[in-house]
Design a protein around this ligand. Structure first.
Ligand SMILES: [Zn+2]
Length: 118
């Protein structure tokens, strides 16, 4: 595996304020959770779930939509299909797991060691 350090530095994905509140709520309800997978869909809905340090689900998958009582019809239909994912990343709880563990979990949960954007 080659690493190109001089390439443009990778985009940092950060939580939006509303996501932050959701993430905190999820982690509170998931004592085994070391982080929360955040999936942003093209329709504006969000999909989140806590993960354990083994990369297993630590909560059920939560879907929501800002300023709406429920998720959109598309999501009701396909449950936020992978093909519509715009961004996905894991927000780690403090203290963050070490780098190797983060990569292991990302690999398992997202299928890649780095956050993806389309
Ligand atoms: Zn949606």
């Amino acid at each position: 595996m080659t690493k190109k350090k001089d390439k443009k530095k990778k985009k940092e994905l950060e939580l939006e304020m509303r996501e932050q509140a959701m993430v905190e709520g999820i982690l509170e309800g998931s004592p085994d959770g070391v982080g929360v997978v955040v999936v942003r869909l093209d329709c504006g809905c969000r999909k989140m779930a806590a993960v354990t340090k083994e990369g297993e689900p630590a909560s059920k998958v939560i879907m929501y939509r800002d300023h709406a009582e429920s998720i959109c019809d598309k999501c009701k239909d396909d449950q936020g299909a992978f093909i519509r994912v715009i961004e996905q990343f894991i927000h780690w709880q403090d203290p963050q797991p070490d780098q190797a563990l983060q990569e292991m979990i990302s690999q398992k949960v997202l299928g890649t060691a780095t956050p993806t954007t389309h």
